[in-house]
Design a protein around this ligand. Structure first.
Ligand code: 4AD
Ligand code: MG
Length: 482
């Protein structure tokens, strides 16, 4: 039924048919001769325009003021060609039934409200165009990611309310799990490694939790991660898989979510369709961490955090690399110093670096007075550190989308003795990793994998600027209300 309003010409082939729609009133315009009710049932972005004359059954409910924004209704009518310019067809109502009233204090009336405000109404914001679009888009994208049950990412796992009211909830901090400490997982990787080292290529997708107190537009305390793990693979295979995977997902949403993409392009980030098309078509830049440091040192730019080999890259450095040095191209940085990376990453032959990779994506940016360059001129060329700096400067850009690191991965340390050494050096408790070490004791293979943060992917592909708006119920430090 709701297909009727799918596209500019859709629905015309249903002219004359009788349809039933169950949904929520978005707007209501009562005129002397006719009433217009826009209804949305969540199945697509556009509303169904219903036209009601005073002789239709149930009109008394309109007359008495019962039908208000937010109310749920059942309507039956005939599809007719619309007089209006916004839609080809509309529903000429024969019958209207009120299902659930909406209190007049319903906070989402037909006016622009801030996303900050909507975050405080997270239980209602799916009823807005933006969140309807972002959330449905999530589901479609999930199916392209390879998840069979697409409605799986709505319920948060951390919550402030007791669903059964029986007081049987685990505390989220250090859990006392039947006498042993347990934690909420930060990544499914180690488990995926056990499967990869038995079944070859696998992936896991699930909620992950970080107890870091990061209040930024790209950090959540609870987020979903897609984690492929490839057996018999090295870092080059890993980077190739990550790039192809991102391109595959982006290509599919461009092809199959046209209505949503047009919406994002108009309302959220102008030019996002071009930006994503570029991502699909171009190769990504690859650069070692060491070359990136030289690039930053040679830039003559005064960074707030000074650069030196061994330092963790800050977002200002990442921005310089993706947006200034490479004109808006995704960049994969590899071979990081082992001191700033996790224990499981494979040590390179130089003894100082590990086979790690981070894919950094440019935030969307625009220049004041000029157009963004749309092509990645430097792709495929060997980076010449002595070459003239590109004619762009961060000061002239205004930034919207705050994604930065979209993917993090590595080749795993498959050599038992190296891994044990590393655990010892980091003073990590070897006993608690006994099963992980066993993978190296029994049939160890070179393997590699990565993690793609789903909400950062949604941010990247919708242009939504705060990660809190890329997930139905954001969990951030101090916020677990809904
Ligand atoms: O770089 P991270 O921490 O890597 C891992 O967890 C690996 N074990 C993954 C693997 O190799 N299987 O996280 C991977 C990705 C990041 O690149 C980012 O997209 C996302 O997960 N991410 C977050 N997203 C939202 N909020 C946070 N606090 C995030 N931390 C990481
Ligand atoms: Mg990382």
């Amino acid at each position: 039924i709701v297909d009727v309003k799918g596209g500019p010409d859709e629905g015309l082939d249903r002219l004359g048919q009788t349809l039933v729609v169950k949904g929520w009133v978005r707007t209501l315009r009562v005129q002397s001769s006719v009433t217009f009710i826009e209804v949305n049932d969540g199945s697509c972005l556009s509303n169904m325009q219903c036209v009601m004359n005073s002789d239709a059954e149930g009109y008394d409910q309109v007359e008495s003021g019962l039908i208000t924004t937010g109310a749920s209704i059942w309507v039956q009518g005939i599809v007719v060609a619309s007089q209006g310019s916004k839609q080809k067809v509309e529903l000429k109502l024969e019958k209207l039934l009120m299902i659930g009233r909406s209190d007049p204090s319903f906070p989402i009336q037909k006016k622009r409200v801030s996303r900050e405000f909507l975050r405080t109404k997270a239980h209602l914001r799916p009823r807005t165009n933006t969140f309807g679009a972002v959330d449905c888009f999530d589901m479609v994208m999930l199916s392209y990611i390879g998840v069979d049950v697409v409605a799986s990412n709505i319920s948060p796992i951390i919550t402030g309310s007791d669903c059964e009211g029986a007081g049987e909830q685990f505390c989220v901090t250090t859990l006392d799990f039947f006498g042993k400490p347990a934690f909420l997982t930060v990544s499914g990787q180690l488990n995926a490694e056990t499967y990869a080292t038995a079944l070859s290529d696998v992936y896991t997708f699930g909620p992950t939790f970080r107890a870091e107190n990061s209040n930024t537009s790209r950090h959540l305390a609870e987020f979903w991660m897609i984690e492929p793990e490839l057996a018999f693979s090295d870092l080059n295979d890993d980077m190739a898989c990550a790039s192809a995977y991102l391109q595959y997902v982006v290509k599919h949403v461009l092809e199959h979510c046209k209505e949503d993409m047009d919406f994002f392009n108009t309302w959220i980030e102008k030019g996002i369709i071009n930006r994503l098309s570029d991502v699909v078509e171009k190769n990504f830049v690859q650069l070692t961490y060491t070359d990136a440091i030289e690039l930053l040192l040679g830039s003559n730019k005064k960074f707030e955090f000074p650069v030196k080999w061994g330092c963790d890259l800050q977002s200002e450095h990442e921005r310089y690399i993706t947006e200034v040095a490479f004109g808006g191209c995704p960049v994969i940085l590899r071979d990081y110093p082992k001191e700033i990376k996790a224990f499981y990453m494979r040590q390179n032959d130089d003894g100082k670096t590990v086979a790690a990779m981070d894919m950094l994506v440019p935030r969307n940016f625009k220049y004041s007075g000029e157009l963004c360059p749309s092509s990645f001129g430097v792709i495929g060329m060997k980076l010449k550190l002595s070459s003239n700096p590109p004619p762009l400067s961060l000061e002239r850009c205004s930034f919207f989308c705050q994604v930065g690191e979209l993917i993090g991965g590595s080749q795993r340390e498959e050599r038992l003795e190296y891994l044990e050494d590393r655990l010892d050096n980091l003073k990590l408790n070897k006993e608690s990793y006994w099963w992980y070490l066993d993978l190296r004791r029994y049939g160890s293979v070179p393997h590699a994998g990565f993690g793609l943060g789903f909400e950062r992917l949604v941010q990247f592909a919708t242009g939504i600027d705060n990660i809190r708006d890329a997930i139905p119920f954001p969990r951030t430090p101090g916020s677990a209300e809904f």
